[in-house]
Design a protein around this ligand. Structure first.
Ligand SMILES: C[S@@+](CC[C@H](N)C(=O)[O-])C[C@H]1O[C@@H](n2cnc3c(N)ncnc32)[C@H](O)[C@@H]1O
Ligand code: SF4
Ligand code: SF4
Length: 293
């Protein structure tokens, strides 16, 4: 298939990143360190499963959680301290706790990293609503990998996952909001891919809503994404009464999707301020004196 061979060729172009990035290569989980900088608190969409927690006492291990929000001006000292302690630190990411592209602090932070720590690989994760607008800026800032969460490509399904979106100064609800989000995700992912960014698709498996649809997502992005990361629903917020998938269900959906996109099977659903090796269970962030408060 043409798609497969063109992917092979461009894969080799990024071979060195794929070799050192623990979220693109499961074998590196106990070898290469990564840090998430929680500089992006605000979000421009409302996923029904998302409960963000920013709290000094917060000890939950899941996405959307951070002990505190970090300010871009604290990033340099924090990374200086970390790089001294962690010789294996290679990757720095921005994964919320809100949406990275909806917070100007993300771009300020990426600039600081590029200037002061040019050897660290920069990545971000986003819902993709603003990706058409910012893909070029990310590429100019030498961001190498972008994770876009795509939970459905049919607005009739996505409206059950995303309550509303805030776009161009307006709130759009239901199917209308879902359609805009899907359109921008498709356009943004294509643009990012064309600019040479490596795109990973995150998909939250919500058995009662998108289980049979996830393979359509994999098929849709087969030529422009590099990897899909299907993660189980953690039942929270307006989905607290929905069930998470069983291990069998996750395994079976990943096998179906693998026909179209390579699957990442080792995601630990990290916090927005995670630091260290992905294989390490606990954070060590609490000891670092430069962490903002
Ligand atoms: C907290 S978000 C931050 C980045 C960005 N806002 C996004 O949604 O991609 C990071 C990842 O956590 C996932 N996530 C958040 N809440 C979750 C939950 N309750 N269960 C499973 N995944 C969740 C999101 O779908 C996303 O893939
Ligand atoms: S886009 Fe990300 S941060 Fe925003 S509500 Fe959805 S999961 Fe939460
Ligand atoms: S949440 Fe998953 S993809 Fe992100 S750093 Fe952790 S293991 Fe990697």
């Amino acid at each position: 298939m043409g798609g497969k061979s063109s992917k092979k060729i461009s894969m080799s172009k990024f071979a060195h990143i794929l070799k050192v990035h623990p979220c693109y290569n499961e074998k590196l989980h106990d070898k290469v360190g990564r840090v998430h900088l929680p500089v992006a608190p605000k979000c421009n969409i409302a996923c029904k499963f998302c409960r963000r927690s920013i709290d000094k006492e917060c000890c939950e291990e899941r996405p959307g959680v951070a002990k505190r929000i970090m300010k871009p001006e604290d990033v340099e000292d924090y990374l200086q301290e970390l790089t001294k302690k962690m010789s294996n630190l290679k990757v720095v990411g921005i994964a919320g706790p809100g949406d990275s592209l909806f917070n100007k602090e993300t771009f300020e932070t990426l600039e600081i990293i590029g200037e002061k720590f040019p050897d660290l690989i920069k990545c971000i994760s986003t819902n993709g609503l603003l990706l058409p607008k910012y893909a070029k800026k990310l590429s100019d800032l030498e961001v190498k990998t972008v994770t876009v969460t795509v939970n459905a490509i049919d607005p009739k399904i996505l409206k059950n996952i995303v309550e509303w979106i805030y776009y161009d100064g307006k709130i759009y609800r239901g199917e209308e909001g879902a359609s805009i989000l899907i359109k921008n995700q498709m356009e943004g992912i294509k643009k990012a891919h064309d600019l040479g960014l490596i795109v990973k698709i995150n998909t939250v498996l919500i058995p009662e809503i998108n289980m049979d649809h996830i393979v359509d997502i994999a098929r849709t992005f087969k030529d422009i994404a590099y990897l899909q990361n299907i993660i189980p629903l953690i039942p929270l917020y307006k989905m607290e009464n929905l069930r998470p998938p069983t291990c069998e269900e996750i395994k079976s959906i990943r096998e179906k999707c693998e026909r179209y996109l390579p699957q990442f099977r080792a995601c630990q659903q990290c916090r927005s301020d995670a630091v260290g090796l992905i294989s390490e269970k606990r954070l060590n962030i609490f000891d670092l004196k430069h962490f903002s408060h």
